[in-house]
Ligand binder design. Sequence first.
Ligand code: HEM
Ligand code: HEM
Length: 229
Amino acid sequence: MDATVETPATRRIRVWDLPTRLSHWAIVTLFGICWWAAKSDHMRWHRIAGYAMIGVVWFRLAWGFWGGQTARFSDFVRGPTTTLRYVRKLLSRGIDDAPTPLGHNPLGALSVLAMFALLVSQTTSGLFAVDVDGVASGPLAHWVSFDTGRRFAHWHATNFHLLLALIGVHLCAIAYYRFARHEKLVPAMIHGCKAPASTAAAPYFVSRWRAVWLAAGILLGVILLVNAR
Ligand code: HEM
Ligand code: HEM
């Protein structure tokens, strides 16, 4: 698959593959639907969007092992030394000297991991949550006692506020890169391409059929999970 788009004046490189971009915007949309549905008491919609969220999150986590280069955790998760070095460069040598990797930078990688951890925690706690009168409950709530179900519901509510805080940080970081470093990360997450300052090599990608098979497997898994008795 050709990953570069050359024009006489600019060199654009495809950085994010389609499954990664689709997963991101699906997460954003489903998060909005879950939030709206919970707050307006449309619990049927909350469950449907929540199930879809489970599928998208697990798909993206699996794509972190089998997807294209920039989607892989092995590509962007760095150790504390590299992350600290990146932060020090960002702070001391001035913003323009800090190297910008094609995919997530070492600091962004930390927030990506934290966001996925909170999304897993949000969706898993929802599966077991019971509301105060026992009417709205997750599909696996019958596996636990009412009190445990209530504890899951409390965790679900607390975790939601942690997620909101992290999303606030996420959006501030994107605004910082846009206005302080003149890097437009959002269009890249839409069309997938960046114009790198350096002569960085184009990342590799994998067949989209792999994404289709993975998505089909995860869909089956979610159907079995939410119907488990
Ligand atoms: C990222 C996805 C999700 C988000 C953002 C989310 C968000 C929320 C929010 C904000 C509430 C209201 C909490 C409150 O103010 O008391 C709620 C309640 C609830 N959610 Fe979710 N949720 C998600 C996924 C799920 C999933 C997958 C399920 C499983 C079916 C689920 C089941 C429930 C239940 C049963 C309640 C009612 C708990 C109660 O009233 O105490 N949620 N959710
Ligand atoms: C309209 C609001 C949002 C915008 C404009 C936005 C934009 C972006 C951009 C530009 C990136 C790529 C960052 C980079 O280049 O390193 C990104 C990554 C990410 N965002 Fe958002 N985001 C939004 C909302 C959210 C929400 C609500 C969540 C979670 C609930 C979220 C979770 C993530 C995650 C997990 C990644 C990593 C993507 C991956 O590697 O698959 N974002 N976002």
